[in-house]
Design a protein around this ligand. Structure first.
Ligand SMILES: Nc1ncnc2c1ncn2[C@@H]1O[C@H](COP(=O)(O)OP(=O)(O)O)[C@@H](O)[C@H]1O
Ligand SMILES: [Mg+2]
Length: 332
């Protein structure tokens, strides 16, 4: 079921509590799809990156090959914030009159620790990857951070789009105001007219347009991401969990907050299911797990669910992941 689901989508998100198996399941699905001939990009947005450990190689902020047809990226929120602020700083300094450069630096220094900054920078990177993906990749697989963080992230494109719209409206008003001032000769328009009435590079009219272009691009990026995420034909969100009391309760809450953000949960993966035939202790665990799964079924009866067995060994490296993917195939 999970592999069929993946085959029909362009984006897959794997979410859930820490340690439940998100990175393992996301990697196995990505590998299976790559082996089926699709060009896959596996993206980790979890600050506790474990893709590198799992694949036993260094993975960084730029796509790196893991296997045929499979590349991976680890987005580091802190580094992304730095890069993002550097880029914003560069364009602001270019756009603002030189005497405001100190102001720009102060603003950026404060922004670094502003609430939501990490998420916003992360989201801009995700939006850019999603936007650029069709050129190089057929499928993006996101290995996301533990539940709460991801639910906020999923609601963010909406907020960011609204925020950017607000900025655009303000920018429009101030551009109109600036133009009126220039016509009165109260701004640097005096100088513009003195050199022939055509806006020279770096003049106020130019800056208005450049700021507008930056904002329009962001709005386009976020609107595109929001559309893609809300389209169940293109995107599936999968929650990975263990059949234990708290993970089950958290999954029910997580599903509700995702739904509220307009993101539909397409499947549940219950990982590390205890075997029935490996002794009384594990059989007892399995019976206990069933009680929790009954709670899950009662709360989320219409979301398809697959189960993966608890394995004796860790899942590390491509060969082990391929075996894990075969289990997914078997699980329906
Ligand atoms: N079905 C399983 N049986 C045994 N070990 C598993 C299973 N699934 C995952 N693991 C192991 O559990 C650990 C945590 O998995 P991981 O995918 O990193 O979780 P998450 O990304 O949700 O934090 C890893 O060492 C992984 O090899
Ligand atoms: Mg992980």
């Amino acid at each position: 079921m999970l592999l069929t689901l993946a085959a029909g989508r362009r984006m897959l998100f794997f979410g859930g509590k820490g340690g439940v198996g998100k990175t393992t399941v996301a990697s196995a699905v990505a590998l299976a799809q790559a082996r089926a001939g699709r060009r896959v990009l596996l993206v980790s947005t979890d600050p506790a990156h474990s893709l590198g450990h799992l694949w036993q190689r260094a993975i960084g902020p730029e796509p790196r090959a893991l296997a045929d047809n499979l590349q991976a990226v680890e987005i580091d929120p802190a580094a992304t914030v730095d890069a993002h602020l550097r880029q914003v700083g560069d364009s602001l300094r270019r756009l603002m009159p030189p005497h405001l450069a100190g102001e720009v630096d102060r603003h950026l220094a404060l922004s670094r620790d502003a609430p939501g900054m990490h998420e916003a920078a992360l989201l801009e990177r995700v939006a850019t990857l999603v936007h650029d993906a069709p050129h190089d990749h057929d499928l993006l697989v996101f290995d996301t951070a533990p539940s709460g963080h991801t639910a906020r992230l999923m609601a963010l494109p909406e907020m960011m789009a609204a925020w950017t719209d607000g900025l655009l409206r303000r920018q429009e008003r101030s551009a109109r105001f600036g133009a009126a001032l220039r016509n009165l000769g109260g701004d640097d328009g005096v100088a513009e007219r003195a050199i022939g009435g055509v806006a020279a590079p770096g003049t106020a009219g130019d800056r208005d347009q450049a700021i507008r272009a930056v904002l329009e691009r962001r709005r386009h990026l976020f609107a595109h991401l929001r559309e893609a995420m809300a389209d169940p034909q293109a995107t599936a969100f999968v929650v990975v969990l263990a059949a234990e009391r708290l993970p089950v309760l958290e999954t029910i809450e997580f599903q509700a907050s995702l739904e509220a953000a307009g993101v539909h949960v397409a499947a549940l993966v219950v990982n590390r299911r205890s075997p029935a035939d490996a002794g009384g202790f594990l059989a007892g665990r399995r019976a206990q797990e069933q009680v929790h799964l009954d709670t899950l079924d009662a709360a989320l009866p219409s979301i398809p669910r697959v189960e993966l067995p608890l394995l004796a060994e860790d899942v590390v490296g491509e060969a082990a992941l391929a075996r894990f993917a075969a289990l997914l195939e078997g699980a329906g």
